[in-house]
Design a protein around this ligand. Structure first.
Ligand SMILES: C[S@@+](CC[C@H](N)C(=O)[O-])C[C@H]1O[C@@H](n2cnc3c(N)ncnc32)[C@H](O)[C@@H]1O
Length: 470
């Protein structure tokens, strides 16, 4: 919609490359415009749009050459229409406007179509074609490879989320596709598994197959280990099974995103082995690196994971959910599901773990009192919401002020211990059946840091526990 024009300072207007359809600015044309300006020629107003996220700034939709000429001629203001495009793609709008005065080159037209599709895969070939002045068939050719790659990656995400047992309506919502599209794609799932199994039966290893098809490795494990019992899965993954209560494992890079503090996959695998059965539903309320869902794939458990940190492309299986610190968690998607989990695996953020750099709403930021209060209300909430026999694996650690405080000066008021967690679990109706030691690595306390601590009498802690409760 074209409004009346206004006068805008040249310095508040930008040429945003992401919506500029041409490959280059034509400097000859700018020089001609500069001459015209000196001859007092009156130019039509340019068209701009409010720059997303930058108050009082604008980006050019039409008139990049006029704006450049005004700048070059030392003008400080330019007349412009401020356009409101609503649903119209700004790159396509700019391309359409560019067609008039000087046709886009073939390369520019093709690139514009591809960029528009990459930005918004909901655009149809007809819509793109109309804007750039090309037929649907031509646009289809321009974007054929992008469309195929997108469909494959969509199929893969659907396969992934299906394997984890996420209900269809939540998959559709998460991937932002209509349920009907989801059903069409779901029909292709056996075909995907067939390809993969074909490669596996030819003797390719799981990492090779994952790399060849661009699949997440845990998803390939879920196929490679199909039909096997838990013990054979452990041995195929080269994991030993410890039937005692100290599980001091290192992280397994095949599962979860790389993160120095992630819970090792073998710890999750041990929880799953001892406290659940194949096909059970696991709930991970604060999933972080995604190691729990990945391990569930390898051990054939279904898993619903959530986190406040939303990464739809990298981790579509982790649905966004923010536990508001004030409570009111009745909107949690898992509550409206027909099914309830058999096992909750919950590792809340550590208290004041590294308060700097942690997002504002993270519960790590809370004071000790509020942190313990949050644990109490949320554990009570979980106890009330699920089945009587739903088990809880509550993963926590001791917190002490060991960074700079010698051990003999340690202030107990600042610390949170294993005993505090026991008290909260008891108060909220969870009965502890096991406490399993899953110590953190002592590596950070070696070398120079270790020497400093030795000198000062600082005693660190590697205490971390899985408290099993029902
Ligand atoms: C200790 S990490 C979980 C680590 C995970 N078990 C792993 O091994 O990768 C805690 C997670 O809780 C999330 N979190 C913190 N506060 C939250 C809140 N109020 N609501 C939802 N998620 C939150 C953080 O984003 C973080 O990913």
């Amino acid at each position: 919609m074209k409004n009346d024009f206004v006068t805008i300072p040249i310095s508040d207007i930008y040429l945003d490359e992401s919506i500029y359809p041409r490959e280059n600015i034509d400097h000859k044309r700018i020089n001609v415009f500069v001459e015209n300006l000196r001859d007092n020629f009156k130019f039509d107003p340019i068209e701009v749009q409010a720059f997303p996220g930058q108050k009082g700034k604008y980006r050019i939709l039409d008139g990049a050459h006029r704006w450049s000429a005004f700048k070059k001629a030392g003008q400080v203001e330019i007349k412009a229409h401020i356009m409101v495009l609503n649903q119209i793609d700004p790159l396509l709008y700019a391309a359409k406007m560019a067609i008039g005065p000087r046709q886009l080159t073939e390369t520019e037209t093709k690139n514009t179509a591809r960029r528009a599709y990459k930005n918004n895969s909901r655009l149809t070939a007809v819509e793109i074609g109309k804007a750039i002045g090309r037929s649907r068939q031509t646009v289809d050719k321009y974007i054929a490879d992008l469309r195929a790659a997108r469909l494959l990656s969509l199929d893969l995400k659907i396969f992934h989320l299906n394997q984890l047992g996420i209900p269809q309506e939540r998959i559709a919502k998460r991937l932002d596709i209509p349920q009907k599209t989801l059903s069409n794609h779901s029909a292709k799932m056996p075909e995907l598994a067939f390809w993969l199994n074909g490669d596996l039966s030819k003797g390719f290893t799981v990492p090779q197959v994952a790399q060849k098809h661009g699949w997440p490795e845990p998803l390939v494990w879920s196929q490679a280990l199909k039909g096997k019992d838990d013990l054979s899965r452990f041995s195929s993954l080269y994991w030993d099974l410890r039937p005692w209560d100290v599980w001091d494992f290192k992280a397994d890079k095949r599962f979860g995103d790389e993160n120095p503090e992630q819970i090792p996959a073998q710890v999750i695998a041990h929880i799953l082995y001892f406290f659940s059965s194949q096909n059970d539903l696991v709930f991970d309320p604060m999933a972080g690196s995604g190691v729990c869902a990945d391990t569930c794939l390898a051990l054939n458990r279904r898993c619903w994971s959530f986190d406040m940190n939303d990464r739809p492309e990298i981790r579509p299986e982790i649905e966004p959910y923010y536990w508001d610190l004030e409570g009111g968690w009745e909107d949690m998607p898992i509550l409206s599901a027909r099914e309830k989990p058999e096992l909750i695996i919950w590792e809340p953020p550590w208290f004041e773990k590294n308060a700097q750099g942690v997002p504002e709403k993270n519960i790590s930021k809370l004071s000790k009192k509020d942190y313990l209060q949050f644990l109490e209300t949320s554990l009570l909430f979980l106890k009330k919401q699920f089945k009587k026999n739903t088990k809880l694996a509550f993963i926590n650690r001791d917190y002490r002020d060991y960074y700079d405080c010698p051990a003999y000066k340690e202030d107990p008021k600042k610390a949170i211990f294993f005993i505090d967690y026991c008290k909260i679990l008891k108060q909220t109706g969870w009965n502890v059946t096991y406490t399993i030691l899953v110590p953190l690595s002592s590596e950070p306390f070696e070398g120079e840091r270790g020497e400093y601590m030795q000198g000062k009498g600082i005693l660190s802690t590697t205490g971390r526990y899985v408290m099993m409760a029902v």
